[in-house]
Design a protein around this ligand. Structure first.
Ligand code: FES
Length: 79
């Protein structure tokens, strides 16, 4: 499997809405980080659906190395 592009070295905070689904970019190529903009097409990656269970600010992974996709687990600190 190809390595995703490092889109950023800090998480991206987003106010999510309870019950709404978001499509997190797994390939790192999207210009609309942390979400998919279709740039993965033709490659091995596909976006990951994330449905918010509450309305709150959450921190999406931008380095694409988190073990807790799609949220930051601090993996960017060791890149
Ligand atoms: S643009 Fe990265 S997964 Fe779609």
């Amino acid at each position: 499997m190809a390595e995703p592009v490092i889109a950023g070295r800090a998480p991206i905070g987003v106010e999510v809405e309870a019950g709404k689904t978001y499509y997190w970019c797994t390939c790192g190529k999207s210009a609309k980080q942390p979400f998919c903009d279709g740039s993965h097409k033709g490659g091995e990656f596909a976006p990951l659906a994330y449905t918010a269970d509450k309305t709150a600010k959450v921190w999406f992974c931008a380095c694409k190395r988190t073990a807790g996709q799609p949220l930051c687990d601090g993996a960017h600190k060791s890149l």
